[in-house]
Design a protein around this ligand. Structure first.
Ligand SMILES: [Zn+2]
Length: 76
């Protein structure tokens, strides 16, 4: 089977990934039990790369920056 229109019929067969209990993203693979987002199941350390973070207004959107933004919002 090709990857085109006929292959789209296979899409409704259930999920291959479930919600990861360490990072909360929908990236924990059912079969292998490894998370592609944080590395849960394959590494003890949480996988972290600079290129996974998104730049918003020339600022890197990290967990630290998110916490700062939340604190600012709560003050207002
Ligand atoms: Zn994860």
């Amino acid at each position: 089977m090709t990857r085109g229109t006929p292959a789209q019929g296979k899409k409704g067969r259930g999920s291959s990934h479930i919600i990861c209990r360490r990072c909360g993203s929908h990236s924990l693979r059912k079969k292998s039990g490894e998370c592609s987002h944080c590395g849960f199941g394959s590494s003890a350390k949480i996988t972290n790369h600079a290129w996974t973070k998104k730049y918003v207004n020339n600022k890197r959107k990290t967990e630290k920056n998110k916490k700062k933004e939340r604190a600012k919002k709560n003050k207002k």
